[in-house]
Every structure is written in C-alpha cells, then in structure tokens.
Design a protein around this ligand. Structure first.
Ligand code: BJW
Length: 233
C-alpha cells in the first residue's frame, strides 16, 4: 500500500455487530422495535422521557456486557503502531474502540456511558440507570439525559472532523449504511480533498458508489486484513 501518512476512519454499527450489539436498519435492527422518532429525537424525549431513558438504560447495559471483536482490536493495533496521523470517527455510542486499544477516537453521536445535565451542562461518566432520575453530581438537579446526538441535533466536534477529512490521504469507512448525515457525506468531502476512499461492509451501502473501492465481508475479517496490509507496507 502506497505511502499513507494521514488516515481518517469512519465506523458505524456494523463494526460492533459481531460483538452482539444490534445495528439500526437491518431487518432485525433496533429501529424495528423502537420507532426512531420516539427514541432518537429531542421531541420524542420531551413527549415520553421515561420511554427514552429506558431505551438507553438498556443500551448502556448491553454496551457494558459486550466485548471488543477482532475488528476493534485490529484498529487498536493500528492506533499503537501507525506513526502517521490517525482519527477514528465513530458514530457508535459504545466504548469498544477504546476497550479494543484505540485512543485516537472521536464519538460524533455521543456515548452510552456518559450523562449530560440539562440543568448545569456538565457531563459525567455514567454506568447506571437514568430512568430513576438520579441527581447530577455537579448541581444536584434531576436533569440528566443520555449524552447522545439525536436526529435534529448537531453531531459533536464537526470542525475537527472536517479539518481531518480535508487533510486525509486515506478515508476508510467500516460498517455504516450511509443513511445518516452528515456522516454519510464525509466520503465526498475526503475525496474532493484528494483522499483515496475505501469501504469495508457486509454488503453494498447507500454510499458505495462514492468510494474508489468496496470490500464486502464481515468486519472481523476485513479489518484485521486491511490493518495488516497497511502496517506490513
Ligand atoms: C456490517 C456487519 C458486519 C452489519 N461487518 N458490516 C441531509 C444532509 C444533512 C442532514 C440531513 C440531511 N437529510 C436529513 C438530515 C438530518 C438527519 C439525517 O441524516 N436524516 C436521515 C434519516 C436522512 N441528520 C441529523 O439530524 C444529524 N444532525 C444534523 O444533521 O445536524 C445538522 C448538521 C448539518 C450539516 C452539518 C452538520 C450538522 C444527527 C444524526 C444523529 C443520528 N443519531 C443516531 C442515534 C443516536 C445514537 C444511538 O442511539 O446509538 O445514530 S441514528 C443511528 O444511525 C445512530 C447511528 O450512529 C446512525 C448511523 O447508523 P449506522 O451506524 O450506519 O447503522 P445502520 O444500521 O444504518 O448500518 C449498519 C451497517 O453495517 C450496514 O451497512 C450493514 O451492512 C453493516 N454491517 N454487520 C461489517 N459484521
């Protein structure tokens, strides 16, 4: 593989599927049981906070029980051994990249293990439940919500992401359907800025035509093979 000095990786639910965490848009995906407008919008939260807190309490428990798979571990290896610039932008709210050994990770859609206080704006690491209305450790108000980016809200650290995309010489997308913006538009931005674009996915995604190359298969096989290719030279 040529001289790669600057990599941006976008990951989606597909990279955690083999860790037992459900994706969203598959036939057995999360949106089948939970209408998206009920559980993943600020309006849904205003209408029925208990329902939304229960949904994320359950997701938080599932994240804590899950283990990183070989795809997360391979990206952990890449993070340790690749001396160039690297940014792993994940749409996932789990912490499997970090537990797989990666540290150059940005959670653009928030984190299951973080709670955000609507009273004082503080964020706290959170492993327990929120449906029982616990007090915020900073201000004492019972105003904690999941620290998750819902539809209609601004994803986190967009300036940093677009800066990295503009400097990347390789953009890699893993396990995302390309159905949700702005993440679905990252490939075009990176390619327009001169990056090569590679997609790893179980099947063709909505955005496949925007990539120079798509490799089809499970992330647990494709990602370790790609990392070996990059680090092996
Ligand atoms: C495997 C596999 C295996 C399976 N191996 N692969 C046009 C432009 C811009 C915005 C919009 C627009 N039109 C509409 C919008 C607004 C909206 C949007 O995109 N709507 C769409 C429905 C069209 N976007 C927003 O509201 C966002 N905010 C925003 O746009 O702010 C304004 C703004 C504008 C411009 C610049 C900047 C900002 C916010 C989006 C928030 C998304 N939130 C969610 C839920 C919260 C997190 C959570 O609960 O976990 O995030 S929705 C959900 O979808 C979740 C995911 O992160 C996200 C993406 O899903 P993902 O990861 O792609 O999962 P799936 O299930 O779709 O796909 C899985 C893939 O894996 C599949 O392809 C499988 O094949 C594959 N796979 N097993 C490899 N073993």
């Amino acid at each position: 593989m040529g001289d790669i000095r600057n990599i941006v990786i976008l990951t989606g639910a597909g990279i955690s599927a083999e860790s037992g965490l459900r994706t969203f848009r598959a036939e057995d995906g999360l949106w089948e049981d939970h209408p998206v407008e009920e559980v993943a919008t600020p309006e849904g939260f205003a209408r029925d906070p208990d329902l939304v807190q229960r949904f994320y309490d359950e997701r938080r428990a599932q994240v804590l029980a899950a283990q990183p798979n070989p795809a997360h571990e391979a990206l952990g290896r890449l993070d340790r051994e690749f001396s160039g610039e690297l940014l792993i932008v994940t749409q996932n709210i789990d912490d499997l990249h970090e537990r797989g050994g990666a540290s150059r990770v940005l959670h653009m859609h928030g984190e299951a293990l973080s709670a955000w206080c609507l009273g004082c704006d503080a964020r706290h690491r959170w492993q327990g439940t929120l449906r029982d209305g616990p007090a915020c450790p900073s201000c004492g108000q019972a105003a904690l919500r999941p620290d998750i980016v819902w539809f209609g809200e601004m994803p986190y650290q967009m300036d940093r992401i677009f800066r990295a995309l503009g400097q990347a010489d390789l953009f890699l997308s893993i396990g995302t359907s390309g159905a949700v913006y702005p993440a679905a538009g990252f490939v075009q931005h990176a390619v327009q800025s001169g990056a090569r674009a590679l997609e790893l996915n179980l099947e063709e995604s909505l955005g496949s035509r925007n990539f120079h190359e798509t490799r089809l298969g499970p992330a647990s096989e494709l990602v370790p093979a790609w990392v070996e290719q990059v680090l092996g030279g």
